[in-house]
Design a protein around this ligand. Sequence first.
Ligand SMILES: [Zn+2]
Length: 384
Amino acid sequence: MNFEFLFEQYKVTEISGRYLTLDHIEPLLFQWNTDGQLQTIGLSVENRPIYTFSIGTGKNRILMWSQMHGNESTTTKALMDFLNFLNSDDPIARNLLKDFTFCCLPMVNPDGAKRYTRENAVKVDLNRDANLLTQPESLALRAAFDAFKPNYCYNLHDQRTIFGVGDTGKPATVSFLAPAYNEDCDINEQRMKSINVIAAMNAELQKIIPGQIGRFDDSFNINCIGDTFQSLNIPTILFEAGHFPKDYEREITRKFIFIALLSGFEFLNENVVVSNGLHEYLNIPQNKVNFYDLVYKNVKINYDCNKIITNFAAQYSEVLVEETIQFCAKIIQIDNLENFFGHIEYDAKGAEFESENVNFPEIGHKANFNFSDSVKVVNGMVKN
Ligand SMILES: [Zn+2]
């Protein structure tokens, strides 16, 4: 299967970037809703609809949900691309619909999406509410799970730019986890099923982004949705869409999630017998918090009236301004930054830090400064 070609063909061009709300996806869902595929399974705190879009007639039932964290839109884009593909006349899609039934919740947290927050409208992290079910969004997802009776659950998220693949210096562009079902993180038959799908998706992704796939920490927390569903004996897979160099809009990572979905379904469909899935899964390096967006090296700064050479880092905060996300670089760390990497690194070669008010990179300040009067840095980036 030519995954990249399929992505280019079925990518939904109406949606892009990081800010994705119900207003963006509803027209597409309505357009695809030719025969009652679209249902409202619940309402958010602020009475926005939480939709399921169900399609296919096959025995293998896949429940997928995205944007349970409102500011995590990449997997929603990929899920919409996948739904667009399923709604086409493509013979591969027709075949998938014979073997699978998909129930998709493209936006579990529409209030958080509107605000561009992780939490819902009353500041609850829905991925810590899977057990208590205090929020209407949590109840809606649980209702979909109970009604649909999936064979597999796909828990779709974004992760921040801080994650690297182990100590390799490569960003974790996509991460996976087969969540634990108990405190001991044992592996039972259900968890092994998740692991085998991840191994298959990893094998495909390694061909196009070698070394850029990470494995998420599996410590057990029954309040997390993946751990809850796994503990209810349904194989569950966590997807984390992460950083690809220079792709802050996550339009490239979007493609890798689409490819992961397709390659996983291809694997499930062909009933491949897996002998070493666990080995391959455990071979995926664990994610590590060891990246900053911007790292400046060998900078001369004033420190206690002495001039020293050091490194410092800046990180973007994402700010919603008039329906778009702006990336605002702020100084976050001054350190030798040993064992840390920057998505962009700049070697000041001993040039002196200067800025309007202070001669020291102050944590929390905007990353606007000069190096020795000759190099100007605006919002973290060196201007030529
Ligand atoms: Zn998340």
